[in-house]
Ligand binder design. Structure first.
Ligand code: PA5
Length: 415
């Protein structure tokens, strides 16, 4: 489903250079070293798991006007990305029959916490605490606030009924759930945090928001079965560009609904590749908005970056530019043009300008913004990220560097 187009990078690399990158070993390492892990998640998704997730989601929808997701990194970014991509970045503001979804536990700001609590107001709410390790400090602190709120509002039985735990088997959180009687969903133990969007971690919030998770997973499965060549092409092209001094990848999309997918992608690639003194720096640009902020630097700054455009062939809606006497100016010539045509023209214009300015452009083409294309793209990115990291010689599945700040924070707090 995801098609990679490297034509915009051919002035900067050759097809032979891409072919010279060995993707066979990374692929076989993924199969032999990590089989049964996240790589096969789309094919292990079945009716039983789907019904289990949907039943919990129904209960939350029936009982609550708000679902608060507590989690950080891979424990919330995928869910947020999916909801914004598939439904809308303004999901909470839309008239709808499903709960608002709020996120907390992704920082240690008291001000942010208070604002989330204020947003819940008097409304009925449930909480889904998500942490693979079950011991992440940001999530653990926020859980204290929300457990207290649930107990105060609904009593200890209500707390048990409205707190849902998602974590690894045997983690401190699952032990807490067992001891205190909360419902819990187990994460597949072999799937790492930033590779977990297609598991219960991402799927439960999606189902609560009314997203068709079967369609989402069908897209992932299709990509799993058919997308290997494109994933290898993207991974190899990235590594060729990196070796030629292009140290920064600017993922860019002309759909604001994609912004949080960009945030999720930053974590996925940043944590998987940035180690042992190497790694492409992942940045995200929201076009055309960021053409008026980052555009100058991209066009004329240091030539150390390349771009990856994400494009959609068919828009979900396609309004036409209104005309009439109210709108008499230079732009009047495009009265009646549909917005998809204008958006695509903007993408073509930017692509040409940036290539002319010395920025290679890769392109990832998708049919439309939908549940199935999200599933496909998520799987495509995870697979190509793992291949790319293995090509560069690092383990895509560890994040030892994240421990450094935690160690200092624990020491400063006397923990
Ligand atoms: O990819 C990872 O493993 C991490 O970025 C985690 O997602 C993040 O640190 C949160 O960890 P946890 O889910 O254990 O709370």
């Amino acid at each position: 489903m995801v098609k990679v187009n490297i034509s915009g990078a051919l002035g900067f690399l050759t097809e032979d250079e891409i072919k010279a990158i060995d993707t066979t070993k990374p692929l076989s390492d993924l199969k032999t070293l990590y089989e049964n892990g996240w790589t096969t998640v789309p094919s292990s998704f079945n009716e039983e798991l789907s019904s289990k997730i949907k039943n919990i989601a129904k209960k939350i929808q029936n009982e609550s006007e708000v679902l608060v997701i507590l989690g950080i990194g891979g424990s919330y970014l995928g869910a947020r990305a999916a909801i914004e991509y598939i439904i809308s970045p303004n999901y909470n503001m839309l008239p709808k029959g499903t709960p608002d979804i709020l996120f907390a536990g992704n920082n240690v700001s008291g001000e942010y916490l208070e604002q989330v609590i204020e947003l819940i107001g008097d409304r009925d709410f449930s909480v889904n605490v998500v942490s693979k390790s079950g011991s992440t400090i940001e999530t653990a602190i926020s859980l204290r606030f929300f457990k207290e709120m649930l107990e105060k509002k609904y009593g200890s039985d209500g707390l048990k009924d409205r707190l849902y735990v998602t974590s690894d088997i045997g983690s401190p959180l699952i032990k807490l759930a067992e001891a205190e009687g909360y419902a819990y969903l187990e994460m597949p133990p072999e799937v790492g945090g930033r590779y977990s969007v297609l598991t219960v971690v991402g799927l439960l919030p999606c189902a609560v928001a009314g997203i068709n998770i079967d369609e989402l997973m069908a897209g992932a499965k299709e990509e799993f079965e058919t997308g290997i060549d494109d994933a290898c092409l993207y991974a190899a092209a990235r590594q060729v560009l990196y070796r030629k001094g292009k140290k920064i990848e600017m993922l860019a999309c002309f759909e604001p609904a994609f912004k949080y997918t960009g945030e999720w992608w930053k974590q996925l690639f940043g944590e998987s590749e940035g180690k042992e003194g190497i790694g492409i720096f992942p940045a995200y640009a929201d076009y055309s908005a960021d053409l008026h902020s980052l555009g100058q630097l991209i066009q004329e700054g240091e030539r150390t970056l390349y771009e990856t455009f994400v494009t959609f062939n068919t828009p979900r809606v396609n309004p036409k530019v209104p005309g009439g006497p109210l709108h008499k100016d230079k732009i009047s010539a495009i009265t009646g043009f549909d917005m998809h045509r204008i958006n695509s023209s903007a993408s073509d214009a930017v692509k040409k300008a940036h290539i002319d300015g010395g920025v290679p452009v890769l392109e990832l083409c998708l049919p439309s913004l939908s549940a199935s294309s999200f599933g496909a793209l998520a799987y495509f990115f995870m697979r190509s990220c793992a291949i790319s990291a293995l090509i560069s010689g690092v383990n895509p599945f560890g994040q030892p560097g994240v421990e450094a700040y935690k160690k200092n924070l624990f020491a400063i707090l006397g923990l």
